[in-house]
Write a protein that binds this ligand. Structure first.
Ligand code: PMP
Length: 354
């Protein structure tokens, strides 16, 4: 007879970066933004009428969708919002990859993609990376597939693929969905949003978690053709009619208002990224060219796991993926100048000692 355990799903979940909480810690392990969200966010929170919490929110989060559509100059019907881009991507995996033919994504990329594929029973093939961790567009052209997912800039490598290559991939796969996950695009590189008008098979995914400093509010979105968005809405309505809470809808919409603040903080992070990259190189690290709010670095003489645990002892947190071909690398989020100075000083101590 089947046991209780036989009835329960066995699956390897995605493992998120830890969320430690020490007053003196330097947390550079989950690509959060070190700066506060736009001042309009605080104003919207203060003005928030808690009376609305009695009611269910709008089923399609229309205020937030309208704000995002206005920001990008597209129709509201081309925007889908979710509880972080993780929620949006999970929906895409359910809505868009139904051919039974394996989907393609790179061997080194956001590790959640294979978790969703496994969860939803979607077969997939991993495309190899070049030696320098760049992606070869040829792997996605003339290679039969049921869809494509590419993070651009890629994570955890931080490397950006030129828009011409993305265009070639989207064009070569016009009969299936190509997803470009642009979680980090505000920090460098060119967005594939420019291709949307001419490519109805393209889905661009964005998040408020990184460049908008709102990881805690959980807002992500997809921009695509009306046909794809309508499919995603139907799938959403098979799971949860009200995924976006009232606060996220109000406050998220307000966060799009202050473009000058937004650009200013991105500029600060890009400047600090250069300081971090140079500092790491001086200490002997190899650093990938980053277009994101993190860098990917390895030390030729010291094991990445050792550096990780030595930093942990000092309450400095970075991320290490202990598997080939990236086990020699650490992914380090760009913090404030002060945080980066303290990190570099700690790394100097560690590299001097070993
Ligand atoms: N895509 C990529 C490439 C990411 O690194 C992350 C962050 N873990 C996400 C999507 C999801 O971010 P969020 O759910 O906070 O929008």
């Amino acid at each position: 007879m089947a046991s209780l355990a036989d009835n329960l799903r066995k699956i390897d979940p995605y493992v998120a970066g830890e969320q430690p909480n020490y007053p003196d810690m330097i947390k550079l392990n989950t690509n959060e933004n070190p700066y506060p969200p736009a001042p309009g966010v605080l104003a919207a929170l203060e003005a928030f009428d808690s009376g609305v919490l009695r009611l269910y929110p709008s089923t399609d989060a229309s205020k937030l969708r309208k704000a995002i559509a206005g920001y990008h100059g597209v129709s509201e019907k081309q925007v889908f919002v979710g509880v972080g881009s993780d929620d949006v991507l999970a929906n895409i995996f359910q809505s868009c990859f139904n051919s039974g033919i394996p989907i393609l994504f790179p061997e080194v990329t956001y590790s959640f993609y294979r978790v969703w594929a496994n969860l939803y029973g979607i077969s997939y093939r991993l495309t190899p990376m070049r030696q320098d961790f760049t992606i070869d567009k040829k792997d996605y052209i003339g290679n039969e597939n049921g869809g494509v997912v590419i993070a651009n800039p890629n994570a955890p490598t931080s490397i950006f693929m030129p828009l011409e290559d993305i265009r070639d991939i989207v064009e070569a796969n016009s009969e299936r969905v190509v997803v470009i996950d642009e979680a980090y695009v505000d920090f460098g590189g060119e967005s594939a949003l420019a291709l949307l008008d001419t490519h109805p098979n393209l889905v661009v995914v964005r998040t408020f978690s990184k460049s908008r400093s709102l990881a805690g509010l959980r807002i992500g979105y997809a921009v695509a053709s009306e046909q794809i968005i309508a499919t995603m809405e139907s799938v959403k309505d098979c799971i949860n009619s009200y995924p976006m809470n009232c606060t996220a809808i109000e406050v998220g919409a307000a966060s799009l208002d202050d473009e000058a603040y937004f650009r200013g903080r991105i500029e600060a992070i890009v400047k600090t990224r250069a300081v971090l990259t140079e500092g790491l190189k001086k200490l002997g690290f190899t650093v990938m060219p980053s277009s994101a709010n993190f860098v990917f670095a390895s030390h030729p003489g010291i094991d990445a796991g050792t550096i990780l645990s030595r930093l942990r002892q000092k309450h400095i947190y970075v991320r290490h993926f202990n598997s080939e071909p990236v086990k020699d690398y650490l992914r380090i989020t760009v913090g404030t100048d002060e945080q980066v100075d303290r990190l570099l000083a700690a790394l100097k101590e560690i590299t001097d000692e070993i």
